[in-house]
Design a protein. Structure first.
Length: 551
């Protein structure tokens, strides 16, 4: 048997093996959300990403693992670089990776590996020296003045093959050493790829591709999914008549959006080639993280070619093995970005973001309102990581994970985020209407200032019991509009925690600790207490309230 035939046989048998292994981490659509399944059970990623170079030294990481576990994380995002596993072409060394796996297991943590191959933050600095030294075999992208950029061109066929071979070796090794434990639950494909903002690769191969018609595969995808395209793609395509054949500029016009779509397609097709063989060997979920540039949703401020909202559908069409297109959210509107990345049927996972008090609020909102499968601030191994409020929030989310996962799938969960600019929201959840306000003064009933973010995640059980976690809000229960009964009472309100999945109350609340929502008359200095509960500013904390209608 020839070497080529033997390789094909190995790949075929690997694919069959993986397809039959139902215990592999995978994604499942459950109700309105997509959840990650690990060891047969839904899994909520309470993650944290270490700094770029931290995992390159096992000794450096040894004291970090127990610290991360103590922060109530269950998953660590850590780079694995092409240059370290294949320092010489065809010679692979997985000693460092094996050490990471062993140490993560010892701390009862899962891993998400960030594959730093052809690109990391646009440039190609994580490629091996033997790649960077041979720009003829591994060509670089060119700028508008034909100057080479430190970025591998998506039109380098040898680059794609070499990256693909390294990725296949990685996945083959993971199948060998991680098929029992499933320590690695997902793989990030490259990191924040794209050419410099506003640039379309000007290499000869790129110019030739741009002069050709838009590939039929992309047009077919847009046509088939025309009712579910992102708003940005739908507008860009319809602006020039939603044509189904023609050049890039015929279909998408002349300018930055056309360049962006062209580059996104070619990055996606490059990645499709890189991932194919390795993902057949070990088909755990793959995702792509996205540099959002200046966070202003203006095309030319992004690295050109990443999966920005305009190009979500381009990536779905060009690289279908990548199951999740994930925003790195450091600024702009957190709620706006979550909504953008739930378009086109895309599941939500936030692999890089801020920590601190606002990070705590965002984590609650992501899981409770947007159905996110995971949340991961960056730089968790740094000495200044984690405010007390953030660490407390992760502790509560760890306790609440089984409930969150259960109720995400049936829609009986929601969350709010309030501040001085948006002090109240009303939601319909379970059998009642809930008015949620930023904390008011107990003495005057007037809004308190300088509280920071107030937030809450609310879960409704069928027996009219509500589990509520958060800080600095007060919640008033009322019957839904049109209900025959207009008054609501509280049977019990308890403060406490979940221990081994069981609710364990620490005290029964009543009096001033719960009835603090006051409606004041403008004409007279009188007030009326209403049926409400509160989450204190020094939280977050968890309460459970049992509600009943008063006939």
């Amino acid at each position: 048997m020839s070497p080529k035939s033997l390789l094909l046989l190995i790949l075929a048998s690997s694919s069959c093996f993986a397809a039959q292994d139902s215990s592999l981490p995978h994604l499942e659509k459950r109700g309105n959300v997509t959840q990650l399944i690990v060891q047969g059970q839904p899994y909520l990623i309470l993650g944290g990403e270490v700094h770029n170079s931290s995992s390159s030294g096992r000794d450096y990481m040894r004291p970090v693992w127990p610290r991360l576990a103590a922060m109530h994380m269950n998953t660590v995002l850590t780079p694995v670089s092409w240059q370290q596993i294949e320092p010489r072409e065809g010679q692979f060394n997985f000693t460092l990776l094996d050490g990471l796996l062993q140490d993560a297991r010892a701390s009862h943590l899962h891993l998400i590996l960030l594959w730093m191959g052809s690109w990391k933050n646009l440039i190609s600095s994580y490629t091996p020296a033997w790649v960077r030294a041979d720009t003829k075999r591994f060509p670089l992208a060119l700028d508008w003045d034909n100057n080479p950029l430190p970025i591998l061109s998506t039109f380098g066929q040898e680059s794609q093959k070499a990256d693909g071979a390294a990725f296949s070796a990685l996945m083959t090794h993971l199948r060998k050493v991680d098929s029992a434990e499933h320590t690695v639950i997902m793989i990030q494909t490259e990191n924040e790829m794209g050419v410099s903002a506003g640039v379309r690769d000007q290499s000869d191969a790129a110019k030739q591709a741009f002069a050709q018609n838009v590939p039929a595969a992309l047009i077919d995808y847009l046509t088939k999914h025309k009712d579910n395209l992102s708003r940005e793609m739908r507008d860009a395509w319809s602006a020039y008549g939603s044509k189904t054949s023609g050049s890039w500029e015929d279909i998408f016009g002349h300018g930055p959006k056309c360049n962006e779509i062209f580059m996104a397609w070619n990055y996606a097709r490059y990645m499709s080639g890189v991932l194919a063989a390795g993902h057949n060997i070990w088909p755990i979920p793959l995702y792509l993280n996205v540099d959002l540039g200046k966070q202003d949703n203006v095309v030319i401020t992004y690295p050109s070619g990443g999966a920005i909202p305009l190009c979500l559908d381009v990536w779905h069409a060009g690289a279908p093995r990548i199951a999740i297109l994930s925003p790195d959210i450091y600024g702009g509107s957190f709620t706006g970005w979550c909504e953008e990345y739930l378009q086109s049927g895309n599941p939500l996972f936030i692999p890089e973001t801020r920590d601190g008090d606002i990070g705590a609020a965002h984590a609650f909102l992501a899981f409770g309102h947007y159905g996110a499968m995971g949340f991961s601030p960056f730089g968790v191994d740094g000495p200044g990581f984690g405010t007390p409020q953030f660490l407390r929030a992760y502790s509560l989310l760890q306790q609440l994970s089984p409930l969150i996962l259960k109720h995400q799938s049936d829609g009986s969960i929601d969350a709010v985020l309030l501040d001085d600019n948006d002090r109240s929201k009303t939601i319909q959840l379970g059998n009642y209407s809930l008015n949620i306000e930023l904390e008011r003064s107990w003495m005057t009933g007037q809004p308190m200032t300088n509280l920071g973010a107030g937030y809450a995640i609310i879960i409704a059980e069928p027996d009219d019991t509500y589990t509520i976690a958060g800080r600095a809000v007060q919640i008033t229960f009322a019957t839904k509009p049109g209900a025959p009964v207009q008054t609501v009472g509280l049977d019990s309100v308890e403060d406490g925690s979940f221990i081994n999945g069981q609710w364990t109350p620490s005290r029964r609340l009543n009096g001033d600790e719960i009835t603090l929502t006051r409606q004041f008359s403008e004409q007279a200095a009188i007030h009326q207490d209403t049926t409400g509960v509160r989450l204190e500013p020094d939280g977050p904390n968890i309460i459970r309230a049992s509600v009943f209608p008063v006939k």
